[in-house]
Design a binder for this molecule. Structure first.
Ligand code: 5GP
Ligand code: ZN
Length: 143
C-alpha cells in the first residue's frame, strides 16, 4: 500500500496527540482544527472509507467517537458537536483511511455552516495541541 498518514499514526511512527485507543480504533486531535477539541477517530487497520470498513471496526470507531464526544461536551461545553465522515474527494475526503471527525461548535455565528468554519482553520504544532489533549485525556481517565 502507498504510504498512509493515518496508518503511520496508528503504528506510532508519526506523532499525534492521542486521546483514547482500543485494539481496533483510536482517537487523536486533528492538527488543523476547526475548533478547540476537534478530534478524529480512526480505525487502526487501513480501510479507505465507509464502503469497505468491516462492521466490527465501524462500531468500535463509533463507540469511541461517542466516548470522546461525551467528555469534550462535559469539559468544554460547546454549543453543539458535529460528527462528520467524508467519503471521496468530492465529499471533502483528503486522507483515504476511514475516520470520523468530532467537531465541537462554539460560535453561534457559524453554527449552521460547517464549511465556513472549515475555511478558517490553520495547522497547529503538535506541541501546542498537547495541553488540550492532556485536558481531554484526564477527563477520559476520571470516569
Ligand atoms: P478529511 O478531509 O479526509 O475528512 O479529514 C482529514 C483530516 O485529517 C483533516 O482535518 C486534517 O487536518 C487531518 N490530518 C491530516 N493529516 C494529519 C496528521 O498527520 N495528524 C493529525 N493530527 N491530523 C491530520
Ligand atoms: Zn491507512
Amino acid at each position: 500500500m502507498m504510504s498512509c498518514q493515518f496508518c503511520s499514526i496508528a503504528r506510532g511512527s508519526i506523532p499525534a496527540q492521542v486521546l483514547y485507543e482500543s485494539d481496533l480504533a483510536m482517537s487523536f486531535l486533528d492538527y488543523r482544527p476547526i475548533a478547540k477539541g476537534h478530534a478524529l477517530v480512526i480505525s487502526k487497520k487501513h480501510f479507505g472509507g465507509l464502503y469497505d470498513i468491516d462492521d466490527e471496526t465501524l462500531y468500535e470507531v463509533l463507540r469511541i467517537a461517542r466516548i470522546v464526544s461525551v467528555r469534550i461536551n462535559e469539559i468544554y461545553r460547546p454549543l453543539g458537536i458535529n460528527l462528520v465522515q467524508n467519503n471521496g474527494c468530492y465529499a471533502g475526503q483528503t486522507v483515504f483511511h476511514f475516520h470520523i471527525h468530532i467537531i465541537p461548535r462554539y460560535d453561534g455565528e457559524y453554527n449552521k455552516m460547517l464549511i465556513t468554519a472549515a475555511k478558517r482553520r490553520v495547522k497547529i504544532d503538535e506541541s501546542d495541541l498537547e495541553p488540550i489533549a492532556s485536558e481531554i485525556r484526564s477527563a477520559l481517565k476520571s470516569k
